[in-house]
Design a protein around this ligand. Structure first.
Ligand SMILES: [Zn+2]
Length: 470
């Protein structure tokens, strides 16, 4: 506990110093609605914040010595077994790091003793090779990181007048999104749309999907405060959206819905039982999520419900349909409805290209007729609720583009629509204590960053939209 408090103190000092040495950066945009608060650029803080939240991050470093090999480097940072083999393959075959030289270094980042990332820095290179594990046995991604890339935290407050998309477009897109600071070329437009889409998706389709109906609950005059994280590429003067760290949606009609961050390990679903993930909670530690999304496609239309017997449209005879078909345009993203591990990812006859995922509590879901699979996933990959696992298609026995969605509990088919879907796990015991301890610290930190008192919901919410206690 003492070390945590120490960390927090160090972080606050760093915060204060950064705050003093940086000028606020205000941004005014015209139009029907405007930014209400300054945008502050706060580079260098992400790592510090993550350090507090993730509790322990351990970096093991090794340097190539005379006669040293890649294998020796990996071993000396604790990388063994399958991870060792994957790292060798990726460094040599995929990333083209074919020979190590004296002075090259390797860093292995562990979060709570789970390998999260491996970074290799060639002594003369201007950047590093990165292999991401995110706690899983198999790498999830790998790439070259130019030296100057870094992550940036920003706090923004948006006033909603019509749509969330518009609010983001007018109030959250950073001025340094593009090299010219303006949207001039087609590439600029693509960057802008990608930024807004990423932001909106995270806010509306992920964080607040259960708490706020963005078609009916949103009123002019609502405001939303967001602490977000961006990737910054000064070399190409580019900024991309990464994720939302915290958000508070303040309803004009009263009430507030909050998403408070907590970094933790999920239950024993990942192949090796752990991963560090960012999850969001209400103030009381209740999860913002339920265990399963309502459906695996956005705006899906039920084209064939679950039934014990029906006339099969292709086979022409009566056969039970133990799943729900959602019609959606070819290529629509298919989301995994809950956290889990991919167990099947193959062409399976009638259901065409199919992905199956094993979840907690004896649940399993399947998604059929896919046109294609998401990149960087395979059998054994850990996927999080809302991750894209494939794209709508019409493979197998199918009359048109749709996703066949099925759910099993303890090996037997259940109707996903009538199954009582359990809420995702709330924070418990030590995690809850720590969450409660860090909440006021985080909020005062955010206030400092934003140069204002950030909104805090009253202890007893009277908002009818607030379902946090259910
Ligand atoms: Zn079906």
């Amino acid at each position: 506990m003492r070390s945590r408090l120490l960390l927090i103190s160090i972080f606050l000092l760093a915060m204060g110093a950064t705050f003093l040495f940086r000028k606020p950066h205000s941004s005014e945009t015209g139009g029907v609605w405007s930014i209400t608060d300054h945008l502050y650029k706060l580079e260098c803080l992400t790592d510090s914040l993550n350090l507090i939240l993730a509790d322990t991050i351990d970096v093991r470093t090794a340097c190539v010595e005379p006669g040293g090999t890649l294998g020796a480097l990996l071993y000396s940072t604790g990388i063994e077994g399958n991870r060792y083999l994957s790292c060798c393959d990726i460094f040599i075959d995929s990333l083209g790091w074919t020979s190590v030289h004296l002075g090259d270094t390797l860093e292995a980042l562990y979060e709570r003793d789970v390998l999260a990332e491996v970074r290799a820095r060639p002594r003369n290179g201007r950047g590093y090779y990165c292999i991401e594990f995110e706690g899983t046995a198999e790498p999830v991604d790998w790439y070259w990181v130019p030296e100057e890339q870094y992550r940036r935290l920003r706090a923004v407050t948006l006033v909603v007048n019509s749509s969330v998309w518009e609010s983001i477009a007018n109030g959250a897109v950073p001025e340094d999104l593009t090299p010219s600071g303006q949207i001039v070329t087609r590439r600029d437009s693509v960057r802008q749309v990608a930024y807004i889409k990423g932001f909106e998706n995270e806010l509306a389709n992920r964080l607040f999907i259960y708490d706020i109906d963005f078609y009916y609950d949103v009123q002019p005059g609502d405001s939303v405060w967001v602490l977000l994280e961006e990737n910054r590429y000064p070399g190409s003067s580019e900024t991309t959206f990464r994720r939302i760290i915290a958000a508070k949606y303040d309803f004009a009609l009263g009430g507030m819905t909050e998403a408070i961050p907590f970094f933790h390990q999920p239950d024993s679903l990942a192949p090796d039982g752990s991963a560090i993930i960012l999850d969001h909670y209400h103030r009381d530690g209740a999860s913002l999520r339920t265990m399963f999304l309502k459906m695996p496609v956005p705006f899906g239309r039920v084209s064939s419900p679950y039934s014990d017997s029906r006339m099969h449209p292709v086979l022409g005879y009566t056969r039970a349909h133990r799943g729900i078909d959602y019609a959606a345009p070819m290529g629509t993203e298919i989301y995994v409805v809950g956290d889990g591990v991919i167990t099947v990812r193959a062409f399976t006859g009638g259901y065409g290209n199919m992905v199956r995922v094993r979840h907690a509590n004896g649940y399993e879901t399947g998604y059929g007729h896919m046109n294609g699979y998401a990149a960087h996933q395979e059998i054994g990959s850990y996927v999080r609720q809302g991750d894209v696992i494939g794209y709508v298609g019409s493979t197998g026995l199918s009359t048109g583009p749709h996703v066949h969605f099925e759910m099993k509990k303890n090996g037997s088919y259940v109707n996903p629509a009538s199954e009582i879907l359990p809420p995702a796990n709330p924070l418990l015991a030590n995690d809850l204590d720590y969450f409660m301890l860090q909440l006021p610290v985080l909020e005062s930190t955010w206030s400092l960053m934003a140069g204002m008192d950030i909104p805090v919901s009253p202890p007893q919410s009277t908002d009818p939209n607030d379902t946090s206690t259910e």
